[in-house]
Design a binder for this molecule. Structure first.
Ligand SMILES: NC(=O)N[C@H]1NC(=O)NC1=O
Length: 174
């Protein structure tokens, strides 16, 4: 199978192959792809994205928190151990998180811990749409929010990450 797919090829995938290709468009959360397979045929990649987002939106808050918890910290332990998923590793690199100074790294680590202590889930941001400076600024600002606000913002970021992961598998035909 080629690296990228057309939407017609997506619509022809059996369940196992669909999960094989889309199981990680939401980090470590293959249930999102499993839940939407029944909605084939998809008109285009946006339609598939919409189906996944609707499934996520229907989760209770505990489920949404769970989705956030499945995300690795940016420049955290898993990154240091080289144990990130391929997708997450590429995204963190795209943001320049692999080229942070020791001071920037420590600041992000400390702020990530504060964030997790306050909200009970990790700070999630679409790394492909933000450079390291914006991420460091963003986390400090978002620490001031309420848990309800952060749950919403975090889930919206997950949806952006999902769209970019989908587009890397099924480039936009327009
Ligand atoms: N914590 C966090 O935001 N992680 C994610 N963000 C992103 O773009 N990829 C991730 O794994």
């Amino acid at each position: 199978m080629s690296d990228v797919l057309t939407i017609s090829q997506v619509n022809e995938l059996n369940y196992e192959d669909f999960i094989g290709r889309f199981g990680n468009v939401i980090e470590h959360c293959s249930i999102c792809a499993a839940a939407v397979w029944r909605f084939r045929p998809f008109h285009d990649i946006r339609h598939l994205h919409q189906a996944i987002c609707s499934f996520v939106d229907l989760l209770p808050n505990t489920g949404k928190e769970g989705v956030l918890r499945l995300h690795p910290d940016l420049a955290g332990r898993l990154a240091e151990l080289g144990s990130l998923t391929q997708e997450s590793s590429a995204e963190q690199k795209a943001a320049g998180l692999d080229t942070m100074t020791p001071e920037e790294k420590q600041l992000l680590k400390d702020t990530n811990s504060k964030y997790r202590d306050k909200f009970g889930f990790p700070f999630v941001i679409c790394a492909r749409q933000n450079k390291k400076e914006a991420i460091l600024k963003g986390i400090v600002e978002r620490l001031e929010h309420s848990a309800a606000e952060e749950l919403n913002i975090g889930i919206e970021e997950v949806k952006k990450i999902c769209m970019l992961r989908l587009l890397s598998i099924v480039p936009d035909e327009k």
